[in-house]
Ligand binder design. Structure first.
Ligand code: FMN
Length: 271
């Protein structure tokens, strides 16, 4: 598989527009797929450092640089994290686990050393901005790792038990691990494919937002997603039904509906 047009075809299962730009960065991005089967091999020297340099190079709101990352290689800690994240075995197998942290504690310490207050840190706006910055930083690392031929999978399960994670990783108040990332060499004997995505006719709104043709676009995607499921030997399913069930009630949040209270206890006032 190579060339931007064939990668487009795999991602959307529609013909690519003519004259798409094509370069190695675009190809790396379009080839993304989560990896959940890893070889336990250690990562080449410099892997973590190069990945984090990509994160550090990302844009960051007001240059506040509000993220930290805890790099966990210790197998016992990874086993404990696997359990806390809903028994996700790949966390135990992949040699590196990155816990991405919204870190307002560092800003608080900096303000304190400068003899200033840190009232602004208590507002929801800062938390929203920080989670966005963490996501941007993490995704740069993902692309960097994938460009090195490594595989990754984000772990939202890290938010299943944020206070236990905080204890395990020695996180101070005003920090929270918002997402994890497994990094490792993909096991070539057990790889899933490239999951199709909603068409651009559904997600791109030209000049003004509209949902006029959405039902049609989603129905087309349901057919594509179902075909992918079957190719992967998985049970047939309509994507729209799956996601609708997911949002039907707070039970779809897998116990995380208590997040606001948890964040308050971790030191985020969220005013
Ligand atoms: C923030 C975030 C959290 C995720 N959490 C998990 C997780 O806990 N476990 C997992 O196996 N995959 C997780 N994923 C991976 C998604 O399931 C995956 O990206 C999605 O199904 C699309 O598949 P693809 O990445 O292979 O294209 C997460 C992805 C994101 C962006």
């Amino acid at each position: 598989m190579s060339g931007i047009s064939s990668l487009w075809q795999i991602r959307y299962r529609t013909d690519a527009p003519k004259d798409l730009p094509d370069n190695p960065v675009l190809q790396t991005l379009l080839k993304h797929h989560s990896v959940r089967a890893y070889l336990p091999d250690a990562l080449p020297a410099g892997t973590l450092e190069a990945g984090i340099a990509a994160s550090s190079s990302a844009a960051t709101s007001s240059n506040l640089q509000v993220w930290s990352v805890v790099a966990v290689e210790n197998p016992e800690t990874r086993a404990k994290l696997a359990e806390l994240c809903g028994n996700q075995k790949h966390i135990e197998v992949a040699p590196l686990f990155l816990a991405w942290i919204v870190d307002l504690a560092r800003l608080e310490r900096i303000a304190e050393r400068a003899g200033k207050g840190s009232e602004a840190l208590d507002y929801e706006e800062i938390f929203l901005m920080s989670t966005l910055d963490v996501g941007i930083a993490a995704q740069n690392a993902v692309t960097a790792f994938e460009s090195m031929g490594l595989g990754t999978v984000y772990i939202g399960g890290l938010r299943n038990h944020p206070e236990d994670v905080a204890r395990l990783l020695n996180l101070p108040p005003k920090t929270v691990a918002v997402v994890g990332l497994c990094v490792g060499r993909p096991d070539p004997s057990a790889q899933n494919g490239y999951k199709p995505r909603l068409g651009q006719d559904v997600v791109v709104h030209r000049e003004r937002y509209t949902s006029a043709n959405e039902a049609e676009g989603v129905a087309a995607y349901d057919r594509v997603a179902d075909a992918y499921q079957q190719e992967q030997g998985l049970a047939p399913r309509a994507w729209s039904e799956t996601v609708a069930s997911r949002v039907d009630s707070y039970h779809g949040l897998s116990g995380r509906h208590v997040m606001k209270a948890v964040l308050n206890r971790l030191g985020f006032a969220l005013k």
